[in-house]
Design a protein around this ligand. Sequence first.
Ligand code: GRF
Length: 204
Amino acid sequence: MKRIAVLASGRGSNFQAIIDAISAGTLRAECVRLITDNPGAYAITRAKGAGVPVTALDYRSYATKGAYEADLLAAMKDCRADLFVLAGYMRIIGQAITDTFAGKMINIHPALLPAFAGLHAQRQAIEYGVKVAGCTVHLVDGGMDSGPIILQVCVPVLEDDDEDSLAERILAEEHQALPAAAALFCEGRLSVEGRRVRILPPRD
Ligand code: GRF
């Protein structure tokens, strides 16, 4: 059974989607830890409900990002996870961590990358006037929302959408795509060739 650790900063609905997929048996893995940078994150409540151990680091209590990331790296090593899922983890991960866990971290982003990387992706999409939006699950590399793409799902942008209504429509797809990508990873069905991620057929 593969070991998954989740990093989340806030509400944690994508973390919940991972927990629910494990319970449903569609994601055959064990969620071994929630790590958060925010002791007030609602994700912590969800972890307690699911019996998932929590490491809560308080980012604001650190003097430097380097000091925080040293503790984060130690916490991640301690998980002995096969896969780290960034599920609404709102900080850019530093190079010591991306190097240590290269190929073992995935992130969900609420836009069709490479469009609208960074914060407020749904607002960026509304303001740009695109007619199609969506979400992307990708491997994490040293850049911001820049790693090889595993899955993307489209949603339409409707005439009277605002940032919130579009975010809600995208979020429903995030909750499907993130566990699905985690399952492909755990089943050994991702083959990375440069920027391209090939999805291999299921093994019997
Ligand atoms: C999601 O839209 C995710 O794509 C983005 O931040 C949001 C987190 O939501 N990175 P939640 O905490 O998973 O509910």
